[in-house]
Design a protein around this ligand. Structure first.
Ligand code: KIV
Length: 295
């Protein structure tokens, strides 16, 4: 298959669901306009405005304290940068836990204010009622089971899920229930590859893996990990395709050096003045700057 480009037909929710069984779906996170444009131009099928924003964009230790206003602010920016991909807004912790009305109100904000095409909700059977309420409001929902980072307190850390036969069965049950409820796709995070394979075979909606092995219908990663822009820690399931963080630090160090030496800005970065105007204004040509900025 030729890789889609930003000029290809826009991705929709039905188009995502129709990709069950292939061609595989590629999803990356973006939290701002610049990264959204890059991901879209690269041909991703979906851009996730993940609550990973809290960790990779806002420097928090986990994803628990990024609120609705911040998520909407960032989703709007991402939607402005995307031409083709489906934009999925991640319902943050606290935005759907209280009651159905709250969940629907916040999901509506993602579409109406954020201009997302769908929302993602973490959790299986425990949040099924909330997901059904959002779906009844005609808002497409992507499920997310396995390691659900918003459950870090209950799980006792970011740990692989579904490692026992019983836990694997619970994941299969959750996946089927989310499909029956009407989710259009399902993220499987940090689960053993055989479990993800079984879930993928058991449901008729695409599974999007992250740390879930090669048998899913698609894969998602956090762009900051893919690009080498986040180095606080790198989960085992991440593949770094570039080291842009190192390149950025080198470029910024070169800027600092040139500012201090006076090599930047050069004449090509400066604005000249009409010589007659300059003379009549009494502005003599300034002496060439030396080290420390003095002539
Ligand atoms: O917030 C996020 O970026 C996510 C992905 C890791 C799936 O939920």
């Amino acid at each position: 298959m030729t890789a889609p480009t930003a000029a290809s037909a826009p991705m929709t929710v039905p188009a995502v669901t129709a990709r069950k069984g292939g061609p595989r779906l590629a999803m990356l996170t973006a939290h701002d306009y610049a990264l959204a444009r890059l991901a879209d131009a690269a041909g991703v099928d979906m851009v996730l405005v993940g609550d990973s924003l809290a960790m990779v964009g806002l420097g928090r230790p986990d994803t628990l304290d990024v609120g609705m206003d911040a998520m909407i602010h960032h989703t709007r920016a991402v939607a402005c940068g995307v031409l083709r991909a489906l934009v999925v807004g991640d319902m943050p912790f606290g935005s759907y836990q209280a009651d159905d009305a709250d969940a629907v109100r916040n999901a509506v904000r993602f579409l109406a204010e954020g201009r997302a095409g769908a929302v993602k909700v973490e959790g299986g059977a425990r949040v099924l009622g909330r997901i059904e309420a959002i779906l009844r409001a005609d808002i497409p929902v992507m499920g997310h089971i396995g390691l659900t980072p918003q459950s870090v307190a209950r799980m006792g850390g970011f740990k692989v899920q579904g490692r026992t036969a019983r836990a694997a069965q619970a994941l299969l049950d959750d996946a089927r229930r989310l499909e029956d409820a009407g989710c259009f796709a399902l993220v499987l995070e940090a689960v053993p590859a055989p479990v993800a394979q079984a879930v993928t075979a058991a449901v008729g909606i695409p599974t999007i893996g992250i740390g879930a092995g090669p048998h899913c219908d698609g894969q998602v990663l956090v762009s900051h990990d893919v690009l080498g822009l986040f180095d606080r820690f790198t989960p085992r399931f991440v593949k770094r395709y570039a080291e842009l963080g190192q390149a950025a630090t080198q470029a910024m160090a070169a800027f600092c050096e040139e500012v201090r030496s006076g090599a930047f800005p050069g004449p090509e970065h400066s604005f000249a003045m009409d010589p007659d105007e300059q003379r009549s204004a009494g502005l003599d040509a300034p002496p060439a700057p030396g080290p420390g900025g003095r002539g």
